[in-house]
Design a protein around this ligand. Structure first.
Ligand SMILES: O=C(O)CCC(=O)C(=O)O
Ligand SMILES: [Fe+2]
Length: 342
């Protein structure tokens, strides 16, 4: 419990084991110009206007950035505000409430932890605390969620249903856009959702450490709700660009599994979270993912791309294990699934 950064008081400097090597730390240049911001897409148009135009915008954004923000997505400002405030409360809770969720047990499906799930073996710790739990199918998991804050289950439960629906709508637009049949991502392929709430307390030396290091998400798509503090950065053509918080928007990004299924047509971009010395920041990531036993393969209906390795089909849980074993290393990750070309 004392490892949770949100429990520390009066932190004057970053401890040695939180300092990233020079080549991966953010450095002094934290305020990157935002003139190359990620696309913002109005989903109202898909509902009431030109659906094909929205599809084109999404595919272009997913190819160029791997990231976009959506507005008019059907989830109200109030619901977003209330859910975000409950997420923030989790990390402000009294010791005895947090303690129930803090267990040194990898198998616990709902847990508060600090840094990554590999705290003991990681070289450098991350400046973040996290609460993580599955959230779809809801009835399978909700009884394991936190009982405090009091409204957590009710509010986050309702919100999760809406987020999952939004995810299905976006996946539908994507499947149409890349030439897959309608409903391609229904059922097992989008059979689970993990909620991961990140809390980054103020950091006395933000240039030395990271909330989350450079990574791709190991899922289909991520729907991310940010508070009003910036910190998310996306790697684009070798430069980090800020994803500025936009009121009432969700950030959507393409996960590694969707990159594989789309035969590289859609790009899963690397991203990271930086910290700052003034404000704490909270973000909630909803990862839409296949069920554990679901078979993943590059979509047979799509034309081959010669720059992509040919892959055999594999179970999603094999992919996840490989993802964690290789630390998401892009070069090593797909090796066991490659089909030798002869
Ligand atoms: O905090 C953020 O904005 C990024 C979160 C993220 O990338 C993740 O949880 O995978
Ligand atoms: Fe991520």
């Amino acid at each position: 419990m004392e490892k949770l950064i949100s429990n520390w008081s009066n932190v004057q400097s970053v401890p040695e084991n939180y300092i990233f090597p020079l080549e991966t730390r953010p450095g002094e240049d934290l305020n990157i110009p935002v003139n190359n911001n990620i696309p913002i897409i109005d989903l109202n148009e898909a509902q009431n206007g030109d659906r094909d135009h929205t599809i084109q915008q999404i595919i272009k954004a997913a190819q160029e950035f791997g990231f976009f923000q959506v507005l008019n997505h059907g989830i109200s400002k109030n619901e977003m505000k209330e859910t975000m405030s409950i997420f923030k409360e989790v990390f402000e809770m009294r010791y005895e409430y947090k303690k129930n969720l803090y267990l040194d047990d990898d198998l616990k499906t709902c847990k508060i932890f600090t840094s990554s799930l590999r705290y003991e073996s990681e070289k450098v710790h991350l400046w973040r605390d996290s609460l993580r739990h599955p959230s779809h199918p809801l009835e399978q998991w909700i009884h394991l969620w936190p009982e405090n804050p009091m409204r957590y289950r009710e509010c986050v439960g309702d919100f999760s249903i809406k987020i999952k629906e939004l995810g299905s709508r976006i996946l539908d637009l994507i499947s149409k856009g890349i030439g897959l049949k309608c409903g391609y991502f229904e059922n097992d392929l989008a059979g689970s959702m993990i909620t991961s709430i990140n809390h980054y307390p103020p950091c006395p030396e933000p240039s030395l450490t990271l909330g989350l290091p450079k990574h791709k998400d190991a899922y289909l798509i991520t729907i991310l709700m940010q508070d009003d503090v910036s910190g998310l950065q996306v790697l684009k053509d070798g430069n980090w660009i800020n994803v500025e918080p936009l009121t009432h928007a969700f950030v959507i990004n393409i996960g590694h599994v969707l990159e594989i299924i789309s035969k590289g047509k859609l790009k899963s971009a690397e991203h990271r979270a930086v910290t700052n010395s003034t404000y704490s920041r909270t973000s909630a990531a909803f990862f839409i993912a296949p069920s554990d036993d679901c078979l993943i393969e590059p979509a047979q209906d799509l034309p081959d791309d010669n720059n992509q390795p040919a892959l055999r089909s594999f179970k999603y849980k094999e992919f996840l294990k490989q993802f964690f074993d290789t630390n998401g290393d892009t070069d090593l990750l797909l090796k066991p699934f490659e089909v030798p070309n002869n």
